[in-house]
Design a protein around this ligand. Structure first.
Ligand code: PGA
Length: 227
């Protein structure tokens, strides 16, 4: 299985989100690829109930609380979203940087997602791979997807080289002691995605900026049909 995951971050009005989905015909999604969009939380339920979550186009969230239901002001427990989402991006570098998430907190979120039946997409960066992977329980390694995202490549237009991304993907699999699916993320565009997908070590892409534009998104999906 391969994965194309779009992270909208804190972007788009609700009307813009609806318009985006109107542009994406389901028929273009290849059967061996999971295509996932992670919109802002407030749009999730309506998008899912409007039929935007289909067998081929999945919805995900960009974070979950490390806690269950309870007295955690402002937190969104995974139980609150599990009915409408299939995936959760966890430990994105922006969460680690601006919200000071620790490796252990991210690992706690992995636990909550797996308990609730969501597939975690755990973001890691090269400098901390060993600690970030080590924090995750061994038995969960078979249930997660890892996204390797070099900090210098996020939103910069300057992606990693496929050769180096492959080396890091191998290092992640070694550390995980399992052939965990590894996605590459960081300035992925229609013009460069093929160079990553052509390596068997890379199971897909986590895309920020290019996921916001339906035309680029369609071109990214098309690359999966070719690779
Ligand atoms: P980018 O973002 O595609 O805009 O570089 C990637 C990410 O933050 O996941």
């Amino acid at each position: 299985m391969r994965y194309l995951v779009g992270n909208w971050k804190s972007n788009k009005t609700f009307d813009e989100a609806q318009a985006w989905f109107n542009e994406i015909p389901e028929a273009i999604i290849p059967t061996d690829t999971e295509v996932v969009i992670c919109p802002p939380y407030p749009y999730l339920v309506t998008l899912a109930n409007d039929g935007r979550r289909t067998t081929s186009l999945k919805l995900g969230v960009q974070d979950v609380s490390q806690f269950p239901y309870g007295a955690y002001t402002g937190a969104v427990a995974v139980e609150m979203v599990k009915e409408w989402a299939d995936y959760a991006i966890l430990g994105h570098s922006e969460r680690r940087k601006y919200f000071h998430e620790t490796h252990q907190e991210v690992a706690n979120k992995v636990d909550r997602c797996i308990e609730a039946g969501l597939t975690p997409i755990v973001c890691v960066d090269e400098d901390y791979i060993n600690q970030q992977i080590a924090a995750i329980q061994d038995e969960h390694m078979k249930k997660i997807i890892v996204a390797y995202e070099p900090l210098s490549a996020i939103g910069s237009g300057d992606p990693d080289t496929p050769k180096h991304a492959v080396q890091v993907a191998r290092a992640i699999k070694d550390k995980a002691e399992f052939d965990v699916p590894v996605l590459y993320g960081g300035s992925v565009k229609p013009g460069n995605i093929q160079s990553f997908l052509s390596h068997q070590e890379i199971s897909g892409a986590l895309v920020g900026g290019a996921s916001l534009d339906p035309t680029q998104w369609k071109d990214l999906i098309a690359a999966f049909s070719l690779a």
